[in-house]
Write a protein that binds this ligand. Structure first.
Ligand SMILES: [Cu+2]
Length: 91
């Protein structure tokens, strides 16, 4: 699904402003926000944790689709619909 205004979708799925990336996807009921590595999406779909989804805020260099000469470490944040977050993985 391609929509021009993602704000209502992000709000519905509990993506807070601080977590917002440039892309939002909904995969099998989970939100994938920003440049989340594919292997973590697979892990989430296998483990089916009680979260709303995963987010990589911003566009960190070195994340999938953002390859570059100066990769930077970044966190993949899991978030719940109640706004709680925790670090799902570090890259
Ligand atoms: Cu991006």
């Amino acid at each position: 699904m391609n929509v021009r205004n993602l704000a209502p979708i992000k709000a519905k799925h509990g993506v807070s402003r601080a977590l917002q990336g440039c892309h939002t996807a909904v995969v099998d009921g989970y939100v994938v926000e920003g440049h989340v590595p594919a292997d973590l999406i697979h892990r989430m779909l296998e483990e089916r944790p009680a979260i709303a989804g995963l987010a990589v805020p911003g566009m960190p260099e070195g994340s999938p689709g953002m390859e570059g000469p100066h990769p930077e470490p970044y966190e993949v944040t899991a978030f719940e619909t109640n706004g709680k977050t925790f670090v799902y993985d570090r890259r």
